[in-house]
Design a protein around this ligand. Structure first.
Ligand SMILES: [Zn+2]
Ligand SMILES: [Zn+2]
Length: 317
């Protein structure tokens, strides 16, 4: 699974960071999914090489502008590109009306069906590659995180098959379908050549003051993508407190639940250098976390019980 950060700033953009947007794409698939769509997401998509024709669905965590003000632009470009397939948008109540009034005022005819799905606590849906559940966050307005579980998938061990004498060809497909094959008097059983891949579990969280609110879902989670707006030190010195998470609090909750990988995002624009956030995260998490930057792509794999997460070089995007 490939995870591309299109925006990683909290509240407002900076010279180097756009506001929130993350794209996920599954191995060997053209289609991809977008989580939040802040202003500027379209240009990041162009830079990341993600085509709107492959966009399968959009999920919006909440209706603060730094998470959804890029949506009208994406929908309009889809119209200009004459993409006629329906598009699903999952969002809290209210966004549909915002977009409907904009379409009405600008007299735009999108030319495709926009299917709105209103999120509610525990909302669940199944896609081809994964299931998704909405988890309520603790924020100043209705806000969700998305708990994603990939489906069980089996891969064919082509190397062993060839080694055991089956020439590459249509018979491979039969074994992939779970059928027994007899070739040159030898039996090839699917169970010997199909390897079940482990399911990946991850959460893409929205703005949230307390990661603990996700409770059991965090247990042994393969990856948490979560806001990390402030260091504890900054937060303690703020006169007015906002419902966001500090690096210390985030790392602590991840450690408590055994979260395996952590990518922090939604960084306050006050941090030109993320070293203080990284230091706090490392100390409280007790493992090496990542702090996302715009246009980074991470690859998350799970070929055994332990997942692996690594940052791609720009050339393997
Ligand atoms: Zn935000
Ligand atoms: Zn917010």
């Amino acid at each position: 699974m490939r995870i591309t950060f299109l925006g990683t700033s909290g509240g407002k953009p900076t010279k180097n960071r756009n506001c929130s947007a993350v794209a996920i794409r599954f191995d060997n698939q053209k289609n991809w999914y977008l989580f939040d769509a802040a202003e500027g997401t379209q240009r990041r998509l162009l830079q990341a090489g993600l085509k709107l024709s492959g966009l399968e669905a959009i999920f919006i965590t909440h209706l603060h502008g730094d998470h959804c003000f890029g949506l009208p632009g994406i929908l309009t470009t889809r119209m200009l590109d004459k993409i006629e397939t329906p598009l699903k948008v999952f969002a809290p109540q209210g966004l549909k009306n915002m977009v409907a009034s904009w379409v009405d005022i600008s007299k735009d005819h999108l030319g495709y069906e926009l299917e709105w799905i209103t999120l509610s606590p525990e909302y669940e849906i199944n896609f081809k590659e994964f299931s998704l559940k909405a988890i309520p966050m603790l924020h100043s307005i209705e806000c969700y995180g998305f708990y994603i579980k990939t489906k069980q998938k089996s891969v064919l061990d082509s190397e062993s098959l060839q080694k055991d004498g089956l020439p590459f060809g249509p018979l491979f497909g039969k074994i992939k379908e779970g059928k027994e094959v007899i070739y040159n008097g030898r039996r090839y059983l699917p169970s010997a050549y199909l390897k079940e891949l482990e399911r990946i579990r991850l959460i893409i969280a929205g703005d949230n003051a307390d990661a603990e609110i996700m409770g059991e879902s965090l247990k042994d989670l393969d990856l948490l993508i979560h806001e990390c707006t402030y260091t504890q030190e900054t937060y303690d010195s703020l006169e007015e407190k906002f419902l966001h998470t500090t690096a210390t609090a985030l790392g602590r909750v991840c450690k408590k639940w055994g979260v395996k990988n952590l990518i922090a995002t939604h960084i306050s624009p006050r941090y030109k250098d993320t070293a203080p956030l990284l230091k706090e995260l490392r100390e409280s998490f007790g493992k090496e976390p990542f702090i996302a930057s715009d246009l980074q792509t991470y690859i998350l794999k799970k070929e055994s019980k332990e997942p692996s997460l690594y940052l791609c070089e720009p050339s393997d995007r």
